[in-house]
Design a protein around this ligand. Structure first.
Ligand SMILES: *[C@@H]1O[C@H](CO)[C@@H](O)[C@H](O)[C@H]1NC(C)=O
Ligand SMILES: *[C@@H]1O[C@H](CO)[C@@H](O)[C@H](O)[C@H]1NC(C)=O
Ligand SMILES: *[C@@H]1O[C@H](CO)[C@@H](O)[C@H](O)[C@H]1NC(C)=O
Ligand SMILES: *[C@@H]1O[C@H](CO)[C@@H](O)[C@H](O)[C@H]1NC(C)=O
Ligand SMILES: *[C@@H]1O[C@H](CO)[C@@H](O)[C@H](O)[C@H]1NC(C)=O
Ligand SMILES: *[C@@H]1O[C@H](CO)[C@@H](O)[C@H](O)[C@H]1NC(C)=O
Ligand SMILES: *[C@@H]1O[C@H](CO)[C@@H](O)[C@H](O)[C@H]1NC(C)=O
Ligand SMILES: *[C@@H]1O[C@H](CO)[C@@H](O)[C@H](O)[C@H]1NC(C)=O
Ligand SMILES: *[C@@H]1O[C@H](CO)[C@@H](O)[C@H](O)[C@H]1NC(C)=O
Length: 395
């Protein structure tokens, strides 16, 4: 009889713990709490959820992040995209914070390490331990446990530095020049497999940075060089629209773009669509219960990089869409008239590559400015000291 009281207390305690766990969602993993398959983290404001998922018809398990309250689930970030959990006994799979302060994804009761973060020992603090937290903006971070500042960039590691196929508001799309970190998007292989596909979208570091979409090593689309206001070859809506406002940061430490949502209660993301080889901005419309496509790039056939080859001009409406510039003719008429435009055009007739007496500068409007890969910028130069006789000035 005497040991019934502690037992009742024990049961009550367990019930309290049980209801406590049911009624509060947690957003952190500490060294004393692991996240098991079946449980999730929820960001403090309830927007994002992190947990285990199986994509499409796959049998692999992954750790990912999605919008908690959107029924048509889109995975916006995957931790172990290239290291799937093959073991389907979910009971023995867990995400833990190791003693060394790294996130580790363990599987099998023999504790196989599937994936981990890679914080070097130098950045480990000996006096404070680490926690992992899912922030309200969808960033999953590791920080010292006494760091309570959500906005601080004082993170030891952050998921936003390793984007998958989705660009969320607040993510940096581009380079940390000090560390050489290039944050670019890489598509899923297909909708059953989040591992890295061959479609990438990132900043190419020329003296005038551009954002380039590539399939393997082939350029699909370029934004045109940044001219201080916008991308000269991209529609202005890419920068500012009724939905987003984009901010460029170009200095000696960093070259990146980031965007914010004009209306913070809207949900809108940009992701890479591997099937169609494009990047697409979608917006969640709660009324229709769907994600709607509000912008796709490339937006048409002529928007595709190098569509008509060298000295070719792409015009969207007529058919065929490719024409040679005045004074040029198809390099290979046979291919050209069979709608294979890749070889482009060459100077007509007898004329040489040197400038002749009849050569003039001509104005062409509505064309994207040339590729700036092999150009340089003199940032000291102003319009006043423009005394260079021949030159291209990009205004
Ligand atoms: C786990 O995988 C094994 C072998 O692939 C299969 O036989 C089993 O049915 C699977 N179990 C579950 C719960 O999916
Ligand atoms: C996993 O755990 C559940 C509940 O604890 C149990 O019913 C199930 O048999 C376990 N599965 C395996 C494969 O151990
Ligand atoms: C862990 O489990 C896997 C699958 O059951 C097995 O292939 C592997 O040999 C085990 N490793 C160790 C170290 O026991
Ligand atoms: C961790 O970083 C080191 C040094 O940069 C690198 O050699 C190693 O491959 C990385 N490991 C993982 C799992 O990323
Ligand atoms: C956290 O603790 C470390 C070590 O005690 C200290 O150096 C650091 O200033 C603290 N950070 C904050 C934000 O309190
Ligand atoms: C912001 O978006 C929410 C949800 O779509 C909508 O209810 C609200 O009216 C919008 N606010 C403004 C200022 O447009
Ligand atoms: C890719 O784009 C097409 C056309 O907009 C759409 O039907 C398809 O669902 C998209 N893929 C995903 C995963 O959204
Ligand atoms: C177009 O022409 C080029 C050059 O002759 C050739 O390499 C390429 O395969 C052709 N493309 C198609 C789709 O026929
Ligand atoms: C620009 O001006 C600074 C200061 O006069 C000079 O150090 C630098 O070399 C100049 N840069 C170029 C590209 O001329």
């Amino acid at each position: 009889m005497a040991n019934i009281l502690p037992m009742i207390l024990f049961v009550i305690l367990n019930l309290i713990l049980f209801f406590f766990q049911l009624s509060t969602s947690i957003d952190t993993i500490t060294q004393f709490q692991s996240l098991n398959d079946g449980n999730t983290l929820v960001s403090n404001d309830g927007t994002f959820e992190l947990g285990f998922f199986t994509p499409g018809s796959s049998t692999n398990r992954y750790v990912g992040i999605w919008y908690k309250n959107i029924p048509k689930r889109r995975i916006v970030w995957v931790a172990n995209r290239d290291d799937p959990i093959k073991d389907n006994n979910s009971n023995s799979t867990m995400l833990i914070m190791s003693k060394e302060g790294n996130l580790e994804l363990l599987t099998n009761n023999n504790q196989t390490l599937v994936w981990s973060t890679n914080i070097t020992t130098q950045s480990l603090s000996t006096t404070s331990s680490h926690v992992a937290q899912l922030l309200d903006n969808g960033n999953f971070v590791i920080k010292a446990n006494n760091n309570t500042d959500q906005q601080s960039n004082n993170f030891l590691w952050q998921g936003f530095d390793f984007p998958c196929d989705t660009l969320l508001a607040g993510m940096k799309h581009g380079w940390d020049l000090k560390t050489g970190l290039n944050r670019q998007l890489t598509s899923w292989k297909n909708w059953d497999d989040p591992s890295s596909g061959d479609l990438t979208w990132g900043i190419v570091l020329h003296s005038n940075p551009e954002i380039v979409l590539k399939k393997g090593s082939v350029e699909i689309h370029r934004s045109g060089p940044w001219n201080g206001v916008g991308f000269s070859g991209a529609p202005m809506e890419i920068i500012t629209s009724s939905v987003i406002a984009t901010t460029p940061v170009i200095n000696s430490n960093e070259v990146y773009f980031t965007y914010s949502l004009v209306n913070k209660s809207m949900v809108s993301i940009t992701y890479l669509n591997q099937t169609l080889s494009l990047h697409e901005r979608v917006i969640w419309s709660p009324e229709d219960n769907t994600w709607s496509d509000i912008q796709s790039v490339p937006k048409n056939d002529c928007d595709v990089y190098n569509r008509c080859g060298p000295y070719g001009n792409c015009i969207h409406n007529p058919s065929p869409i490719c024409q040679c510039l005045d004074g040029f003719e198809p390099k290979s008429p046979q291919n050209w008239y069979a709608s294979n435009w890749t070889q482009g055009c060459v100077r007509k007739g007898e004329e040489t590559w040197n400038c002749g007496v009849n050569d003039r500068f001509r104005t062409f409007s509505g064309l994207k400015l040339p590729d700036t890969t092999h150009t340089w910028v003199d940032a000291n130069m102003t319009l006043e000291n423009l005394d260079v006789p021949y030159g291209l000035v990009i205004l």
